[in-house]
Each structure stands twice: as C-alpha cells, then as structure tokens.
Design a protein. Structure first.
Length: 218
C-alpha cells in the first residue's frame, strides 16, 4: 500500500517560496526545500519530479489570488492597467520569484489565465496578429522588469544616490537626472512608465487604422 502523502502541493510551493524569499532564487534546490519541510531530499521526489515542477508550483502560488476577470465598463487601457496592477500587487511581495513567471509562462495555469484575459482585452481593443503578440510582450516586459528593478536597484536606492554625486562637469545630465529621480517612488515609477507604454499602444492602434497591417523588414 502506498505511503500516505503528508504534504499538499501548496505546502511544497510555500516551502520553496520561503527558500527564495530568504536566500534568493539561486538557493532554490530540492535539498533546500526538503530541509525546510523536514524531509530527506529523496523523500521530496514523492511529491515533485524535479526543480522545474517545483518552480511551476511557486509561480502558481504567488499568482493564485490574482483576479483575472477584466473589470467591466472600463476603456481597454484602464482594463489593462487593472489586470497588470493586480499581478504587480501579488508579485511585489516576492520579487526574487518574478523571473520564474516568465520562465514558466507556457505551463503555469495562473499565468496562462492572466495572459488569456489580457489578450481578450487587446483583441477587443483592435489588436490582432503580430501587434497583439508584441503588445502582450511589452506589457510583460514592463511588469516583470519594473518589479525586478525596484528590488535590485530602486530609484531611491544607493545606486541613484551614487550617480547623483557624479561630477557635474563629466556627467551633467546623468547627475541631474539622478538627483531628481531620488524622489520618485516605486509606485509612481511603475505607473508613469506604464502610462507611457499605453500611449505607445494607442499610437500603434491609430497607425493600424490608418495604414492597415504592419509590415516588418526581415
């Protein structure tokens, strides 16, 4: 008779996420998770087959509470803003796990549901074919990149402070920009950058309406 399982997938994912939060993504190993659970390393393989499956469980746990239903009765750009902000809020507490969302975007059920919702909004707005694909990639890039940048090098951090002290003779624009950037909060940086991205998406729609499908040079 098979031995009864003592841990759920949620338990395993929570232990793996705790390893990442405490020691970083590079520290995520089957052994580290087993130790946190009080298991032998080989015993963990009764629950997950390898690190790849473990990573997928982490992604689904981080995004498990994200509502992927677009808010009704809002313009498409405001719907996208809400969908992206929901993921940002869920992921901001675990910034070191964020790269896994991109790695497992093909297999994570929660990532797939969110992407389907975003594509639905983009399609209803008029994005089709390669424009829709590029729009989704731009949204993902801003979302994941901004969370990582805020974690690794926030505008209010030591890197910006160091650049603010650069020689104004050698780096006049960089030093001035860094001094101004010190006062920008993470939330303001994200939202203002996202508004710029949305302006570009709107311009892309306008261009499509005027010129038809986009032709790219290979």
């Amino acid at each position: 008779m098979p031995r009864p399982r003592s841990y759920s997938e949620t338990d395993i994912a929570a232990a793996a996420l705790a390893v990442i939060d405490h020691d970083g993504l590079a520290a995520l190993t089957m052994r580290a998770v087993a130790v946190r659970l009080g298991l032998g390393t080989m015993s963990l393989y009764r629950y997950v087959s390898d690190r790849e499956q473990l990573e997928g469980l982490v992604v689904d746990l981080v995004l498990s509470a994200v509502d992927t239903t677009p808010p009704p009765d809002l313009p498409w750009d405001e719907q996208l803003t809400v969908l992206v902000e929901r993921v940002r809020a869920a992921a901001a507490a675990h910034p070191q796990a964020i790269p896994l969302a991109l790695t497992h975007r093909h297999t994570s059920a929660n990532v797939l549901r969110w992407a389907e919702a975003v594509l639905g909004v983009l399609t209803a707005a008029g994005f089709t074919e390669d424009r829709r694909a590029i729009a989704l990639r731009c949204l993902l890039g801003h979302l994941i990149g901004s969370i990582q940048m805020d974690h690794l090098g926030p505008l209010s951090g030591a890197g910006t402070e160091a650049m603010a002290r650069l020689s104004p003779e050698a780096y006049p624009l960089l030093a001035e920009t860094a001094r101004e950037a010190r006062e920008v909060t993470a939330g303001d940086e994200f939202r203002r950058g996202f508004r710029i991205l949305l302006l570009g998406l709107r311009a892309s729609l306008d261009q499509a309406a005027e010129t038809g499908p986009e032709v790219t040079n290979q």
